[in-house]
Design a protein around this ligand. Structure first.
Ligand code: LRH
Ligand code: MN
Ligand code: MN
Length: 430
């Protein structure tokens, strides 16, 4: 029996208000799509089966390096975070798993699993943290972790990743994501080749310890916290890592980790072509690793990424099952609302990509009809698929309008009474 955070009758009452309008919008969209030869029911079922993991670290207010302005009812620890994640899933029916970050979420794995089970939540990729020092650790990561010049520091960072695998095994995770902050701030500070050799050596040890049914994701990022060079700076380096380590190693693409204007969908296509796309950290950005809500800035780019994913699905690319995860930081919104909205935007991009007429597109590409090829994508993108998203949620027991239902439930007000106000101040997390 799942421990529901929002009373069923609140969802039912909110859905009741919107049911008639949804029925009529869904029917109208069904007719439009049927004229295009698309069966709305097939799309709705695919959308209902599409899931994305929420990051445990996303349900609290993030902050910037200047300040953190906590909201009310901030989670006090991992169990409060899981409660908040359960709310997001209950209303969206799109986020049945949580991605944990260790040591931030470190606690007895048995309790983690039990709480996850009680809330109807599973666990997606584990994330290690060797980009900040944990209390009492012997060696500092100030000058790097897996690529550090000092062998003892590297050993400590490797050991931490092995611990993440052990925790993950106990809670049913099947992947480890490794993002390191290693790099340099000054030309000459670090030897590019030697630093990368040391990184590869450390990663090989982590790879060795990986269970056979696990995947190892390396996540690249162009800069920050290192501002001159970063050891795993782009998808090319990331591909080299995955290729060097072996078949269980894959590249993770965080949408915010590229130079502005980078053609991310093309990177996605390349990684798919060479069997090394591991998964995503979805978010949006305007300038850098802004960690804004998915689809908030450039929803067309999100659609174009999904266009590549659906194209791969359509072609039946072997072994293609990327992990879908969100990685965001919320400073001015209620994090639960932001994550609800992002889960919906991600499903929206998926639904729109499913509407692309692939046979027509193939033809236009072969005939070099640039305008009609572009129009084919635009036609799918311009389709308002909201009735499909709402209907998929409704059929799975979620909310037709999840943000409105969340507000009507009074969940935030309730946890504000239970959870003491957390401290604001300078220096956020990521
Ligand atoms: C680094 C990053 C990485 C971390 C997370 C907190 O910028 O994207 O995925 O684990 O942020
Ligand atoms: Mn990330
Ligand atoms: Mn990031």
């Amino acid at each position: 029996m799942t421990d529901l955070k929002i009373a069923d009758d609140v969802i039912a009452a909110e859905n009741e208000k919107r049911a008639e309008a949804l029925t009529s919008d869904y029917q109208a969209l069904g007719e439009t799509l049927s004229r295009r030869g698309v069966d709305i029911e097939a799309i709705t079922s695919q959308v209902a089966e599409f899931f994305v993991a929420v990051p445990s670290w996303g349900v609290g207010s993030g902050g910037t390096r200047f300040a953190r302005f906590p909201g009310g009812g901030e989670p006090r620890g991992i169990f409060d975070k899981l409660d908040d994640c359960a709310v997001i899933h209950q209303l969206t029916q799109a986020t049945p798993t949580v991605s944990l970050h260790i040591p931030w979420d470190k606690t007895d794995p048995k309790e983690l699993r039990a709480r996850g089970d009680a809330l109807g939540l599973g666990f997606d990729a584990m994330n290690s943290n060797t980009f900040s020092d944990a209390l009492g650790q012997a060696h500092s990561y100030k000058f790097g972790s897996l690529s550090h010049t000092d062998a003892a520091t590297r050993a400590q960072a490797i050991e931490h990743n092995l611990e993440c695998i052990e925790i993950g095994k106990a809670i049913g995770s099947k992947a480890l994501t490794v993002w390191i902050g290693d790099g340099s701030n000054f030309p000459g500070q670090s030897h590019f080749t030697r630093a990368f050799e040391r990184y590869l050596g450390s990663m090989a040890e982590i790879y060795e310890a990986l269970p056979d049914d696990w995947r190892l994701f390396s996540e690249h990022k162009m800069y920050e916290p290192a501002f001159y060079s970063t050891v795993v700076q782009d998808w090319g380096t990331n591909y080299l890592i995955a290729d060097t380590l072996g078949p269980k190693a894959f590249c993770l693409v965080d949408l915010g980790h590229h130079a502005p204007n980078t053609n991310i969908e093309m990177i996605v296509a390349r990684l798919i072509q060479f069997g090394k796309l591991g998964g995503f950290h979805f978010n949006d950005s305007k300038y850098g690793d802004d960690d804004l809500d998915a689809g908030a800035i450039d929803p067309y780019r999100l659609f174009l990424v999904f266009n590549e994913l659906v194209d791969a699905e359509h072609r039946g690319v072997e072994g293609f099952h990327p992990a879908h995860m969100i990685d965001q930081s919320h400073n001015v919104t209620d994090p639960i609302e932001s994550l609800i909205s992002s889960a919906n935007e991600i499903r929206r991009a998926y639904a729109q990509a499913l509407l692309v007429d692939r046979a027509a597109l193939d033809g236009y590409q072969d005939e070099n009809d640039a305008l009609m090829a572009s129009e084919t994508l635009k036609r799918a993108y311009r389709t308002d698929v909201e009735p499909i998203l709402s209907e998929a949620r409704r059929r799975s027991g979620g909310a037709i309008d999840p943000v409105a239902t969340y507000r009507a439930s009074g969940y935030r007000q309730k946890v504000m009474m239970e959870r003491p106000a957390s401290v604001s101040g300078g220096g956020g997390i990521i």
